[in-house]
Design a binder for this molecule. Sequence first.
Ligand SMILES: Cc1cc2nc3c(=O)[nH]c(=O)nc-3n(C[C@H](O)[C@H](O)[C@H](O)COP(=O)(O)O)c2cc1C
Length: 177
Amino acid sequence: MTDFFELTKIRQSCRDYSDQPVEREKLVKCLEAARLTPSGCNSQPWSVVAVDDPKIAAEVAKTTAQLGVNEYIAKAKAFFIILEERAKLMPAVARILDSQYWAKGDLGAFTYALTLQAQELGLGTCILGVFDRPKLREILKIDNEKPIFMVVAVGYPADPKIRNKQRKNFDELVRFV
Ligand SMILES: Cc1cc2nc3c(=O)[nH]c(=O)nc-3n(C[C@H](O)[C@H](O)[C@H](O)COP(=O)(O)O)c2cc1C
């Protein structure tokens, strides 16, 4: 079992995948882990379209490449398409805040949980914010009203090398008082 801090260090955006297919059980475990993500008022403002059919995965990959940014994702074997659902907040909270006020943060935590569980299973992932939204909606028959939050590409990494992370220094990040 990988130590949590170690897991956060080895999780990285994977942009080159091997030809090995991803087992459905592993995808399910990632989703089960993400299902436990905390959210404001436990509103769970998410749902997922999980793609592991090779033909559909290839079509989804094309929607991420069309804008000239994510061509390298073509070899990913599976995708999680994370959708933003309406959040039902507790009445006392709903009087103060818009229903979706916390949703993006909740969805970010959900997305990260997916990637960490995938990493623990030996899978590579890449969170993709750039993709052709209308085309993706068309392929996966996603309601026009439902925001597509993020796409997560999944597959076995072609190269197991772990890169150094570029991050803010600790002192820039935090101020203890
Ligand atoms: C909201 C969001 C959107 C992202 N969109 C893309 C993307 O479209 N293409 C891509 O290659 N990486 C994308 N990334 C990955 C980031 O570039 C990456 O997480 C960051 O550079 C840190 O590198 P690491 O994930 O390897 O630690 C995205 C990450 C996030 C959180």
